[in-house]
Design a protein around this ligand. Structure first.
Ligand SMILES: [Zn+2]
Length: 119
């Protein structure tokens, strides 16, 4: 299931407020248009409804492809202590079977690259 929440964003250009959809997780089997929005980067772009200024929003998300059996934990920025931190997550039992692939990816280029490779 894809999860979305709405947040109020202040436009850095005109300083007026608008709503932005933040995707905590993306399931491309259920919402295939979200894959497209990652490749054209619309998922990370806030369009100001007042002045049409476009702002990049560096949000983290979980990318889930059930058909091709992979999950990508995406973050815009690499955490300094990442190498020392164990991956903290719960995997549903149904996913332990099969050949699910889990990867951490940092930055949009890497995310797109990994999606194409794993598909
Ligand atoms: Zn604006």
């Amino acid at each position: 299931m894809s999860q979305v929440k709405r947040e109020t964003i202040e436009c850095p250009n005109c300083h007026r407020k608008g709503e932005f959809e933040i995707w905590d997780s993306v399931n491309v089997d259920l919402d295939p248009e979200l894959r497209e929005k990652i490749f054209n980067e619309e998922l990370f772009m806030y369009h100001c409804p007042h002045c049409e200024h476009v702002t990049g929003i560096p949000l983290d998300t979980l990318y889930h492809d059930m058909k091709n059996q992979f999950m990508l934990f995406f973050s815009f920025f690499k955490e300094d202590d990442f190498d020392y931190k164990p991956m903290d997550m719960e995997v549903p039992k149904s996913m332990m079977k099969g050949d699910y692939t889990f990867r951490m990816v940092f930055g949009l280029m890497q995310l797109k690259e990994k999606i194409v490779i794993l598909e």
